[in-house]
Design a protein around this ligand. Sequence first.
Ligand SMILES: [Zn+2]
Ligand SMILES: [Zn+2]
Length: 457
Amino acid sequence: MAQGPEESAVGRQVEELLAALHIERATQEQVAAAAQELVGMGREAVGRLARGILRSGRGRREKVAALLGCLDGEPATWAFNELQRLVGSRPLNATERLWLMTTLQRLAEAAAPPTARKEPPPDEPAARGSRSSLAAAVANANEEDLLAWREELASVDPEQREAVLANVLDSRDPAVLPLLEMVLSLEEPGIDALVAEGLAGFATPAVLPLLGELLRRPDAEVRRRVRKTLLALESQGVDTRGIFAAAAESDEAGAQALATMPDDAGQMIVVVARGRGPGRVRYALVGIDPIEEGIVNCWGESGLTDSEFRGRMDDMSERTSMDLYPMDLNLAQALVAAAAEYARQQGRELPPDYAACRRVVGRPTAPAALPFDFGPACAECGQRLRMADMDEGGLVGGELAICARCAERPRRCRACGRRLEVAFDEFQMRRAAPGGEVEFLCLACVGRGRKKRRRKR
Ligand SMILES: [Zn+2]
Ligand SMILES: [Zn+2]
């Protein structure tokens, strides 16, 4: 592209303006003055600045975002038009897309005359600016995109983060909820408070799971804002009674769950896979520990074919010598939810990818009887089991657990009287009566009991 001497002069002026702006210590007035100066240079200068929004350089993006953030009226329209051209002109990564979308949205609002910027009619919640493009970007995002956005938001300073989030919240479009859910996993009171309040603008029960999560935050201000938002939603006719009930995350077809059998310490792996488009599968794998950690680890993949997914599961079974069995989806979801809740109660930080994994797993839709208790206590002495118990011979069998010390006591099979070596023999534990003593049955007697029952039928 040929550049006239005037054009490059404008380019130099814009660069000088940027160089003189020390964004990390500039006051809002100084940024506004710089933006004023830029507007004074004319349309070409504003256009150049906007076109360079994605250029790298120390602090450059922050400066450009701050300056664009000051524009309104016609200059905001100039910048908006430049940025919109940019969106179509080159492939963008997830982070660039989010920056562009939120900036575009703010500019669209700033460009509108003040009268049009007032509250939108309540029955027309998605009719402004580039809202739909931001929502569309989020709606098309996969878990990796969402994680990338979350990392990006985590890495910028709180003020910018709040500006971006305010734009996202201002869209009032349920399509952006996955992004909000993802940033809530940062568990930062500033973000939590902003989202807790901003969700009042989304007149849909789809926000209830997020509000339910925020209600469990330790920060009292966050919880206060959630309660206020719930009242605001109610006054908009949203039925908020479901706040404590589980809500379905996704009605995507083809969800399936797999799990290993709990091992001697109750640990198990739960996998949930979902189809995403023809032949596209994503899955999340969650390692569960009912004794201490709740959630040991989690990861996932997306963009697989059905056979690639099956191959991954076969590889894992082979590597770990653990078979995966089909599990009821609702039970798998309830197990993962209970494990995360337990981890939180224990004051443990959830793995960084948990938020992405939970999106794939989804929330349970019905109560489920879990195969074991989280945080089990010894059925004989009442003491809470620790991981050390499991290393020293403690037992977990279904809802019954025995601490290492109690496990050392000599045991006999309740049915045949045979002496049991707890460390070596296979056996089953059960209670003689609800709340009664724990009985041990050798495997042979467990088998006989089964046969007898079968004959009776
Ligand atoms: Zn005990
Ligand atoms: Zn026996």
